[in-house]
Design a binder for this molecule. Structure first.
Ligand code: PLP
Length: 464
């Protein structure tokens, strides 16, 4: 899309939009009192890394939508590919013996890009349904192989795996567990978050790594290895605060999984499709070949909803054993939606043709360096960045790492000051999180860092 002009924005009646939003639109993570009083930032257009509100204000979207606008917004060739597919075949039944050309092409492509023997793909409607599918696959696989007891799963504090009842229960963020909601507790176990900044006092990174690996293995042994079916892990925890685990963590956890016949499930809903400089980070960045990878978001760069659960020959050969007459009775009306699949295929083509993975290596390294320049500012406890996943954690006291009270909403305060200056970062309680499009330039990295610096300094001044 071309940069929108004044005529474009003239069509919006902001007052009635705000009123209608307040009256009818319940958002994801709806904050009732805040929304009632302040409404929302209503977005009308987007181009590249920039988005525009209905009043015509422009923002550099360092959040990348919701970790997803990888190739940037407003691509004409994407719009054309989507429109062509709508004309040709807007929908096709994905169940049983029905398939469509674009879903087939996409599954073949994903099998080619995924590591190891991950050659089988179940297409879903997004990340939560991909993780949900992975969990059901674990159950199905263990039952098929005659190990019905082996269905306990281990996940981690601060993990985020989605918003369905099951995936929220797999998640481990305290802020996502308000008393008003219930959670599934049966057969789900949480172990420590591998955050080196918050390692137990006195432990260096190497000791912390040993602690984490031993804790995991102890948990399996305590539950009984014959009862533990799978381990779920994001390569880098995203909404848990861009947690970059100690070096070697994933490989060591994978070794534990292999020792005890536990499936390793890598939730790459955020980390795949270029965010860490690779199509999939599990093997290329962390040296692990998982049994299952879940992905979504950057798979279509957010142009249309789609997710995928990609799994190994090992699982396929058990569940699909010839002659057993089984049916994997699981499926969504929009699994393999042809228009979503076209957007994923076009997205992958663009990432490859424009060499966006090497670009992320370069510009992501630059973001890492530049953001570290904020570490000495007041309020800043920790700066964490790996390629295009970044986070600044704010503390009340740098020495003790004590946090501000939640009610102070420090992340939100800084986010709002950045927003006034034309930059969007994502506030999560004590954090500001960033995941800009892969197309981001060095100049835009400078804009992010300098604007955030001003917002932090102004907030520090206001808190004096
Ligand atoms: N898994 C991870 C690691 C995520 O970050 C998310 C969303 O942020 C999900 C799963 C859920 O994806 P969706 O919102 O598409 O359902």
């Amino acid at each position: 899309m071309k940069t929108p002009n004044a005529d474009f924005f003239a069509q919006f009646d902001n007052e009635s939009l705000v009123a209608a939003d307040k009256a009818h639109y319940m958002h994801g993570y709806h904050i009732f009192d805040d929304h009632r009083e302040n409404g929302a930032l209503n977005i009308a257009a987007g181009s590249g890394a920039y988005i525009y509100d209905t009043a015509g204000n422009r923002y550099l979207d360092a959040v990348g939508g919701m970790w997803c606008t990888n190739i940037g917004l407003g691509r004409e060739e994407m719009a054309e590919a989507i429109a062509d597919q709508v004309r040709q075949l807007a929908y096709s039944n994905p169940f049983c013996d029905m398939a469509n050309v674009k879903a087939i092409e996409l599954c073949e492509k994903l099998a080619e890009l995924a590591p190891g023997d991950l050659n089988h793909v179940f297409l879903t409607t997004g990340g939560s349904t991909a993780v949900d599918t992975a969990y059901r696959l674990v159950q199905y696989y263990q039952n098929c192989r005659g190990k019905p007891e082996k269905k306990h799963v281990i996940t981690r504090i601060n993990a985020y795996h989605g918003s369905t009842f099951l995936t929220m229960s797999l998640g481990g963020k305290a802020a996502d567990r308000p008393a008003e909601f219930d959670f599934l507790k049966d057969r789900i176990h949480h172990i420590s978050c591998p955050n080196p900044y918050r390692a137990p006092a006195g432990m260096d990174e190497a000791q912390f790594l040993e602690f984490l690996v031993n804790e995991f293995e102890d948990k399996i042994l305590t539950l009984g290895a014959d009862r533990v079916g799978a381990f779920f892990a994001e390569p880098i925890m995203g909404s848990g605060g861009v947690i970059i685990p100690p070096a070697g963590y994933h490989k060591r956890m994978w070794e534990v999984c292999q020792r005890h016949d536990v499936l390793y499930i890598s939730d790459e809903v955020v980390t795949s499709f270029g965010r860490l400089g690779a199509f999939f980070a599990s093997e290329e960045v962390f040296g692990v070949v998982p049994d299952i990878i879940t992905t979504a978001k950057g798979l279509t760069s957010g142009y249309l909803p789609l997710g995928a659960c990609i799994f190994s020959d090992r699982i396929w050969n058990v569940i699909g054993e010839p002659g057993k007459g089984r049916c994997f009775s699981h499926g969504f009306t929009y699994s393999g939606h042809p228009v979503s699949c076209v957007s994923a295929l076009k997205n992958i083509e663009i990432i490859q043709r424009e060499n966006l993975l090497p670009h992320v290596e370069e510009v992501g390294t630059y973001l890492e360096e530049r953001l570290q320049g904020l570490a000495d500012l007041p309020l800043v406890g920790s700066v964490r960045c790996k390629k295009l996943m970044a986070c600044v954690e704010f503390v009340a006291d740098k020495a003790s790492k004590a946090l501000f009270p939640d009610e102070l909403n420090i992340g939100e305060q800084i986010h709002l000051r950045a927003q006034k200056r034309g930059l969007l970062v994502r506030p999560i309680v004590h954090l500001n999180v960033m995941s800009p499009p892969l197309t981001i330039t060095r100049a835009q990295v400078d804009e992010i860092v300098e604007t955030l610096r001003e917002a932090i300094l102004e907030t520090a001044e206001a808190l004096k």
